[in-house]
Design a protein around this ligand. Structure first.
Ligand code: FAD
Length: 391
């Protein structure tokens, strides 16, 4: 595959190889993880650390690998391609993606010193808790409150669909402080599993992304030390910039899974004969291969381009990464479906890689910002007009 336009450096080529090797080492478990909807998360995180894949973008001063957004995207892409499972991505998410990125923008060095070194080393996993039962896309309406009382922060409210809950150790939680309404009142706090007043529950079973729980948090006068405050209210824009890493993550995950489905389709179409010929010698199938490749390549270029925009700031630019995620989720769904067609009946067998990848990438159209919200972000940037979302 020619990626010379992006001139991967030696370190990035090494990351790509390590991620492929690590992802492949877990591939034999992918079917079981998907079927059981349970994974050996701690073992996977530990092995990702041994492979040099934890804390990829966490600065070196906090024990991280000081890498770029592109390093992270490459690792996610190649781990997912090799394991042929969303789960590979979520393991890398737990020590590099949204939770750690929000911590990285904090002005509070105490909270960074407390958490980032352990996350970087894979000794601690970090989730992001933003979505609530009554507020998903409308995150600026969130109702979970935090009140600073002396040396404690007291939190009340509920979160749902939190990836990694109840397994992850640490929950980077978006909260409303000081009773200030709207975006201006939103800040973030770190809450540890086991904090008094925090209950963690298993969430619903989703159609894809199996192995990774998407659980619920209930805070009832939950207390954490005041040093766990990541940001005061008034920094919503900065918080959402960190969220651009999540959009990049999902773009790279879709890219890797689409590529995995394509790899399966090519191999199968060479092996499978009908009417005395390999099925890829029928022009309809021959063309499907060309279409899939074109969709994957355009996704790759948009994803890498979005990652490279982070070099002008800490995180990818909202416009580029929203375009990448929109394209990636759409293209990956279509590529997986085409791969399923190439496999005929085998393409529909539950748990076979193209079918599993198809269910996984559908999740990407919702998680990390829905298709409709991405389009709002893109059009608002292009037109310089943010439409009023309220009736
Ligand atoms: C597998 C999975 C993992 C997730 N992981 C996390 C996580 O780790 N942490 C976390 O905090 N959340 C997580 N989420 C939640 C996810 O971010 C939300 O599901 C998503 O933001 C949409 O919110 P909602 O489900 O409440 O849908 P709603 O916001 O209720 O949307 C319903 C529909 O209305 C549309 N809509 C809403 N507002 C607008 C608008 N202004 N313009 C146009 N259309 C609109 C939406 O696009 C959608 O089609 C996860 C979700 C899933 C499925």
């Amino acid at each position: 595959m020619d990626i010379s336009a992006f001139e991967l450096n030696e370190n990035q080529r090494a990351i790509t190889e390590r991620a492929s090797t690590w992802g492949a080492s877990w591939a034999p478990m992918a079917t079981e993880i998907d079927r059981e909807d349970r994974a050996p998360t701690a073992d996977m995180v530990r092995s990702s650390g041994e492979a040099g894949l934890t804390g990829l973008t966490i600065p070196r001063e906090f024990g991280g690998r000081g890498g770029s957004a592109l390093d992270f995207a490459l690792a996610v892409e190649h781990a997912c391609r090799a394991m042929k499972s969303w789960m590979a991505g979520d393991i890398l998410f737990s020590t590099t993606c949204t939770g750690p990125s929000v911590l990285m923008i904090s002005d509070n060095e105490a909270v960074q010193r407390k958490y980032l070194p352990d996350i970087a080393a894979g000794r601690r996993t970090a989730a992001i808790a933003m979505t609530e039962p009554r507020h998903g896309s409308a995150v600026t309406d969130l109702e979970t409150t935090a009140e600073i009382r002396g040396d404690r922060i007291v939190i009340n409210g509920e979160k749902r669909f939190v990836t990694g809950c109840p397994e992850y150790d640490t929950y980077v939680t978006f909260v409303r402080l000081g009773g200030i309404p709207g975006a201006k009142g939103i800040g973030a706090v770190v809450v540890d599993k086991g904090a008094p007043g925090l209950e963690l529950g298993q969430g619903p079973r989703c159609m894809g992304s199996h192995g990774s729980p998407h659980g619920e948090l209930r805070f009832t006068d939950c207390e954490v030390p005041a040093e766990n405050l990541i940001t005061e209210p008034g920094n919503f824009g900065r918080l959402m910039q960190a969220f651009n890493m999540e959009r990049l993550y999902i773009s790279a995950l879709c890219l890797g899974l689409a590529q995995a489905a394509y790899d399966e389709a090519v191999a199968y179409s060479n092996e499978r004969t009908q009417f005395g010929r390999p099925v890829n010698e029928f022009q309809a199938v021959y063309h499907l291969i060309a279409e899939m490749y074109t969709q994957i390549e355009s996704t790759r270029y948009l994803t890498y381009k979005a990652a490279l925009t982070a070099e002008r700031g800490r995180f990818p630019r909202a416009l580029d990464v929203s375009v990448a995620k929109l394209q990636a989720a759409d293209a990956a769904r279509d590529v997986c479906w085409k791969a399923m067609q190439v496999l005929g009946g085998d393409g529909l067998v539950t748990g076979f890689p193209p079918e599993r990848c198809f269910r996984d990438v559908i999740v990407s159209s919702i998680a990390g910002g829905t298709i409709q919200i991405l389009k709002n972000t893109i059009a608002a940037d292009l037109l310089g007009k943010k439409l009023d979302q309220r009736g």
